[in-house]
Design a protein around this ligand. Sequence first.
Ligand SMILES: Nc1ncnc2c1ncn2[C@@H]1O[C@H](COP(=O)(O)OP(=O)(O)OP(=O)(O)O)[C@@H](O)[C@H]1O
Length: 304
Amino acid sequence: MNFIEVSGISKKLQDQPILKDINFVQPQFQQLAIAGATGSGKSTLLKIISGLIQTDEGMVRFNGNRVKGPLEVLLPGHPGIAYLSQHFELRNNFRVEEILERDNKLVDEDAMHVYEVCRITHLFKRKNDQISGGERQRVALARLLTTAPQLLVLDEPFSNLDMIHKQQLKDVIADIASELSITCILTSHDPLDVLSWADRILIMRAGEIVQDGTPQEVYLKPADDYCAALFGKFNKVSLKGKTKFIRPENIVLTKGKGIPANVIKVKYFGSHEEALLDTGKEQLLASFHAGTVKQGEEVTIKII
Ligand SMILES: Nc1ncnc2c1ncn2[C@@H]1O[C@H](COP(=O)(O)OP(=O)(O)OP(=O)(O)O)[C@@H](O)[C@H]1O
């Protein structure tokens, strides 16, 4: 029996196809990220998986049971699946501990473990309007986790967070998997946020899954220009008659045999520099440690 099985999901909204025949299976404990440009259908898919939008065609099964849509049940949602929207709300004028207490289904010790994993124990006495956006999100996450879900579904959890809160949330989400053994699906329109976390990444474009692979596969062997561009800059070169996507950091300088190139332009990015190289045949973008090359310099490169 599969943990999550998504088969033949299609959905139209206002006569526009939003999802087209989506199929995949997610084993328990596999951390799955769904990436794709804005409007590619990620949120709609997550809501169908969570039982919050009715599908037109196809079916989602969770532990073998069909996830029913909101038109088929009194209260939308499916037991064991916890969904956190981009636009979650916390009740106003309550202290964090009161908000948490309301939905908690865990014994005290387990609930405290959840609060520790979510890094919110120092916030208990504060009211909802006395905590930052990042802290509110971790409280909302903790509240969901105390309903004892098996599957946590997070829609764009990293959007609208500054670097510090984003990193904190990444640590929390990693710990949710490792310490609480909860399987997670999340979406991100910035896939760089999920490369280090996900076991598997599905890439969506215009309502379809266009690539399904490990972070290494989708980063180094993108299916096409769209998938390549989602993860940052790339070179598209023809090697032995085959088109290959080469990331800038996979071009290195060599003292041995290689391809001669002229450095046309260098841009400084703090931790690294990007150099535009001209091989006479094509132009390539390479990434080096800051200060490695100078404009006008002749270098020899190889692709690794
Ligand atoms: N209620 C609706 N009625 C009509 N179209 C909708 C509705 N909700 C979403 N859409 C459209 O469906 C498409 C997919 O939207 P969805 O929110 O699933 O994409 P997304 O990949 O999650 O985007 P984002 O990253 O911006 O959240 C978009 O073109 C959107 O405009």
